[in-house]
Write a protein that binds this ligand. Structure first.
Ligand code: ZN
Length: 312
């Protein structure tokens, strides 16, 4: 039986980032601001998570993924399938969209990208930009060409604890003041539609208008019904999303509970503290629960997000 794996978080500087990942979440950085993303479980060329304690201390996730069938199972693909981040948007993020597998494979030679957001904190009356209001593809093209962003963008009111899934083809942007947990497929393919005409090192960041027009779903009016308000039921898994590739749950623990672990999972502690299979855990820590751990006993008072990959 393998023990739980804890990882060293990797902070990423972003022009829209703030300081809360350091001041409120305790992630270490030499910088004081511009801290936009913390990659907490990551296995790609930009960040390869390092184990911080236990028998695998110092090892990288990429190596464990190759070597440890006990943790990850015999049936696994070449690449680690998931990427988990915490984001602090001090300013608005660019308006973007991700392609599905078919488009990404044909045009980028990689997988498409699905992602989802769990709202950790947001201002009162916050709205995320999710979905678009174009009637058809012609309408979409016109709105983008004429930069009629207010007509195009669909706004969804959110509050702390809300969850929303972003299927490929969904126009989306995080707005100023929102902190969230993002679980996504381990793919970096993003098409930027609009960046508020901001400059980075004196230049605007690249936009991908044609690709965006190709992959945006129309009509696509996302309603508030598609938002999940996570509940306060204790010690019971609440399923938030299930695609052919990813499953995500939230769990509010009070006292003690046990869950089955048929396959490895990523656990993110979002509130509180306690222990998992005897390992002390607290808010801001993210762990891989090995598939051969024989089940997970959680004790304490905490909110946990669980993510599991499906398929190859
Ligand atoms: Zn995205």
């Amino acid at each position: 039986m393998s023990g739980l794996l804890k990882f060293k978080p990797v902070l990423m500087e972003r022009i829209w980032g703030g300081s809360r990942l350091k001041t409120e979440w305790g992630y270490e950085s030499s910088l004081d601001t511009g801290l936009g993303e913390c990659w907490v479980v990551s296995c790609n060329e930009l960040a390869d998570s390092e184990v911080t304690e236990g028998e695998y201390k110092g090892k990288r996730l990429s190596q464990l993924w190759k070597e440890e069938a006990g943790i990850f199972g015999e049936e696994r693909g070449k690449d680690f399938p998931l990427l988990v981040k915490i984001l602090d948007a001090k300013e608005n993020l660019s308006l973007q969209v991700h392609p599905d597998d078919a488009y990404a494979e044909e045009h980028e030679g990689c997988r498409g990208k699905w992602e989802c957001w769990y709202i950790l904190d947001c201002p009162e009356n916050a709205e995320l930009l999710v979905g678009n209001r174009a009637k058809d593809r012609e309408d979409l093209k016109r709105m983008v060409e004429e930069k009629r962003w207010d007509d195009l963008i669909n706004r969804v009111p959110v509050k702390k604890g809300d969850f929303i899934r972003l299927d490929p083809g969904t126009l989306h942007a995080i707005t100023a003041g929102v902190m969230l947990l993002e679980v996504q497929e381990n793919s970096d393919v993003t098409y930027r539609v609009y960046d508020y005409d901001r400059l980075q090192n004196g230049k605007p960041r690249q936009l991908h208008i044609q690709q965006s027009l190709d992959v945006l779903r129309v009509p696509d009016h996302i309603t508030t019904a598609e938002l999940i308000h996570t509940g306060e039921r204790k010690n019971e898994l609440q399923l938030l999303a299930a695609t052919s590739r990813v499953k995500v749950w939230t769990l509010s623990v009070s006292g003690s509970c046990r869950i089955d672990v048929p396959q490895w999972q990523i656990a993110s502690i979002l509130e509180g503290e306690g222990s998992m299979n005897g390992t002390a855990v607290r808010r801001g820590e993210h762990l891989i629960i090995p598939g051969d751990c024989g089940g997970l006993v959680i004790e304490g008072e905490m909110r946990v997000n669980l993510a599991q990959a499906r398929g190859g």
